[in-house]
Design a protein around this ligand. Structure first.
Ligand code: ZN
Length: 263
């Protein structure tokens, strides 16, 4: 087949130069759009989030199967079933938050492309892009800390506010994940008692809906902050906040009482 030729429309300016140093959620960076393409940015700032397609020029192009996140403990996946940088056409897809536009420069957050990466295209993120509870494979982080970081990013993307209840939700979800696995499992039921922020963040982390199937139940309370996780045949985990406000630093047992009952 005929080769397709693409020309970069701009380049990434990032404090990170090596792919191995890039945190999974990306970093704040700039995209400098070449002057001849600048008219294409007209009204781009009406969007809070942008999809950035870039060319991972350092990635291998002869890879078809790999371990997700380079983790040898996880099963292998085909490159079209995951987002590893190595693939026949190393086109990267990054969802970024637009901070500001200055002339031909976009300032974005959460861009995982290194300094000098050629940018192929920029597209707005639409409400229609959301599938609230998609089916996805369970890919835990390499360590508890990295898994917690992933949950924290996901929580922030959904709840959009770094409030104490968000952090409490992340800590509770991490424990539930370690007990039950994938929080998006249609069999996992979640009962939340507490603030609206706790309920909202837990809902964002678990993708549990109120119906079809009904996985999410909520009671408002200002005195009790509790999540109850139930999976048929597996058991019930009850996590109740003990009132410690040092949420991200303290140990699990200082943060909540944990009660697990097998079915
Ligand atoms: Zn909140």
């Amino acid at each position: 087949m005929e080769a397709i030729s693409l020309h970069p429309i701009g380049y990434v300016i990032s404090p990170v130069s090596e792919p191995k140093d890039m945190p999974p959620g990306g970093v704040a960076a700039e995209i400098e759009v070449l002057p001849q393409y600048q008219p294409g940015l007209l009204r781009v700032e009406e969007n809070s989030h942008l999809w950035i397609q870039s060319w991972f020029h350092m990635a291998s192009r002869d890879q078809l199967i790999a371990h997700p996140r380079g983790n040898q403990h996880l099963p292998e996946y085909g490159v079209f079933a995951m987002r590893s940088p190595g693939r026949p056409n190393p086109i990267a897809l990054s969802l970024t938050k637009l901070i500001k536009l200055e002339n031909n420069k976009l300032y974005v957050e959460r861009l995982d492309a290194v300094n000098g990466t050629p940018v192929l295209d920029i597209k707005p993120y639409f409400e229609n892009d959301i599938i609230f509870s998609p089916r996805t494979p369970y890919i835990p982080g390499k360590t508890r800390t990295s898994h917690q970081d992933t949950l924290l990013r996901q929580a922030l993307a959904h709840h959009q506010e770094k409030c104490p209840s968000l952090y409490l939700a992340v800590r509770m979800a991490l424990v539930a994940d370690e007990v039950f696995g994938h929080l998006n499992n249609p069999e996992l039921m979640i009962n939340v008692t507490g603030s609206a922020c706790l309920a909202d963040t837990i809902q964002g982390l678990t993708r549990a809906r109120l119906a079809n199937p009904a996985r999410f139940f909520y009671d408002f309370s200002t005195s009790l902050h509790q999540t109850i996780w139930t999976m048929n045949g597996r058991g019930t985990l009850t996590l109740t906040w003990l009132g410690n406000t040092d949420i991200m630093e303290c140990a699990d047992e200082e943060l909540f009482s944990m009660d697990f009952k097998l079915d």
